[in-house]
Design a protein. Structure first.
Length: 264
């Protein structure tokens, strides 16, 4: 069992009542994306639609998202489609994998990242694709997470998962470096590392769908409180950006004033 508890060092956290709950309870879906076949064309067959009985599907990869704001890069999606070959044989993508607004996609390759699918990003689909009833689904490099709207606010879940992934990565690096671990997540990772001892496989990222389904955490019982924490985070992030800008300006000014030069 993975256990994540709140940190009460910040007074902002002490104003709320937390309850312990399994992550799976907060969700309506948690699973990997579609494993594409290179010799088949992915399609979606909607039995409830009279307009598009069969629609083409684009399987999203990390390169289809803009780095700065996680919006879908429709130019990249369209370019991939134009280069792809439409095979006669087709494979049907599960209905549950067709992306909806507020779905979250977890990428655990490289730097762990959580992407929120925004309604505005979906609405920006080019008209030529929309007219064909085009759909989007994640490929199997992503974990799809779909929240239960009556239990958790999506911005809070988005923030919580991103913080969790960063914490796991930090704890895993500590385990690999044989540094002391003080968290329950760290203890779990230490045990997992010891189980892998002697394996020739690369350590990689230490958690996946199975661990997320077993994750237990504490969250505010009130959804208004959840959003207050999100706003608190955004305020701190904005302050951090201002400080970073001031630091860059200071470095630039100091370099100009000192006029460093290496005289051979």
């Amino acid at each position: 069992m993975l256990l994540l508890l709140p940190n009460f060092e910040d007074a902002e956290f002490s104003d709320f009542e937390f309850r312990q709950i399994g992550l799976r309870t907060l969700l309506t879906d948690l699973g990997t994306g579609h494993a594409a076949r290179t010799d088949k064309t992915p399609v979606f067959r909607d039995p409830y639609s009279h307009l598009h009985d069969e629609a083409p599907v684009a399987l999203l990869r990390m390169g289809h998202f803009r780095e700065e704001d996680d919006a879908i890069d429709w130019d990249a999606v369209s370019a991939d489609l134009q280069q792809s070959i439409e095979y006669q044989e087709k494979e049907v993508v599960e209905r549950r994998l067709i992306l909806q607004a507020d779905d979250l996609l977890l990428s655990l390759r490289g730097q762990p990242r959580v992407i929120r699918i925004s309604g505005s990003s979906l609405d920006a689909m080019p008209e030529a694709l929309a007219q064909r009833g085009f759909r989007l689904a994640p490929n199997n490099n992503f974990i799809l997470i779909r929240s239960h709207p009556q239990l958790v606010q999506v911005p809070f879940l988005h923030l919580l998962l991103q913080v969790l992934l960063e914490h796991v990565l930090e704890a895993w690096h500590a385990v690999l470096a044989e540094r002391p671990i003080s968290s329950s997540i760290g203890t779990y990772l230490q045990q997992k590392y010891e189980e892998r001892a002697g394996s020739s496989k690369s350590p990689g990222y230490p958690i996946g769908t199975r661990e997320l389904k077993a994750l237990v955490l504490s969250i505010p019982t009130d959804q208004t409180a959840q959003m207050k924490l999100v706003e608190h985070y955004r305020q701190i992030r904005d302050e951090e950006l201002v400080i970073k800008k001031r630091m860059r300006n200071f470095h630039s000014r100091l370099t100009y004033l000192t006029n460093p030069n290496i005289m051979p």
